[in-house]
Design a protein around this ligand. Structure first.
Ligand code: G
Ligand code: G
Ligand code: MN
Ligand code: NA
Length: 250
């Protein structure tokens, strides 16, 4: 209860901040995109991770305001400080209950001046468990702006794979639980290979998440994975650190 009230105040008190995790494009050997991840700098508890307050925000209806802040901040920082890069933002399935999400995305693009083709929205497979008519309508409305959709934590949900055919996604992000064992299990390797094939069959860009070793990176390159994300490329970091990383990798 108290945390809820503090979260309500957190935006105005400027206690939220974003960190960015680099996404490495295999074809161009470059960091061409980042994922924005929110942090709450609590005055007494220190840094609170999203797992600890996003569910609370969803339950209390605060998610819309937080999401509005995240979208605008991510678009602004990318537009101002990360020339040419795309940014992906995580959006909760609960935000697809109304059209507020469309307005927040439109406002973030308008106010930041970021080209819509540089914004991607990450949703989990739980999105496919809610009213498909409503969801598809809203997705198409958002896509008409030029924004792309990625499936996050691919392979961990409870939805039928038919959604790959029925919903307009531009990419999949294979969950890190599958990537972690590619170095010591040929079965895991085959599973990931098939996931990549599945993504490509639907003409989607395929990202591997949770890549932590050079060996994993090399395997994934062999499997023609498009984008690599994980601690081996870089941890979530500030814009300044990211610019430094870019310079050092060029
Ligand atoms: O950042 P971290 O590394 O701890 O992310 C933990 C979880 O929180 C991830 O599942 C991620 O998708 C989610 N998350 C991070 N930032 C946001 C955000 O801005 N909005 C929503 N809805 N979820 C987020
Ligand atoms: O669910 P989502 O993919 O949005 O959240 C990403 C989460 O995974 C964040 O908490 C982020 O800090 C974490 N993460 C990113 N890269 C790695 C990695 O290489 N290894 C592990 N263990 N976690 C990672
Ligand atoms: Mn994500
Ligand atoms: Na993920």
């Amino acid at each position: 209860r108290e945390l809820e009230n503090e979260l309500r105040e957190a935006i105005d008190a400027e206690q939220l901040r974003l960190v960015y995790q680099p996404r490495y494009d295999v074809k161009s050997s470059n960091i061409t995109a980042v994922e924005a991840l929110v942090r709450w700098e609590h005055p007494r508890f220190g840094t609170i991770m999203p797992d600890q307050f996003i569910p609370l925000a969803e339950e209390t209806g605060l998610i819309g305001r937080i999401s509005g802040w995240v979208l605008l901040s991510a678009c602004r920082e990318t537009s101002e400080n990360l020339p040419g890069m795309s940014v992906s933002v995580n959006v909760s399935a609960s935000e697809f209950q109304d059209e507020g999400l469309f307005k927040r995305i439109k406002k973030a693009l308008d106010m930041s001046g970021l080209a819509s083709s540089r914004l991607e929205i990450e949703v989990t497979e739980s999105l496919m468990l809610i009213d498909p008519v409503k969801t598809l309508k809203l997705m198409n409305q958002i896509r008409s702006l030029g924004v792309k959709f990625l499936i996050d934590d691919f392979g961990t949900g409870y939805s039928s794979l038919n959604y790959l055919r029925d919903y307009p996604f531009d990419g999949i992000k294979i969950d890190k639980s599958f990537i972690m064992s590619v170095n010591d299990s040929s079965l895991a390797m085959q599973v990931v290979q098939n996931m990549i094939g599945l993504g490509k069959a639907y003409d989607m860009e395929v990202t591997a998440e949770g890549v932590e070793t050079e060996e994993q990176l090399e395997q994934l390159k062999k499997l023609e994975c498009d984008v690599i994300q994980g601690y081996y490329i870089g941890k979530p970091m500030t814009v300044k650190q990211l610019q430094q990383l870019k310079i050092n990798s060029e």
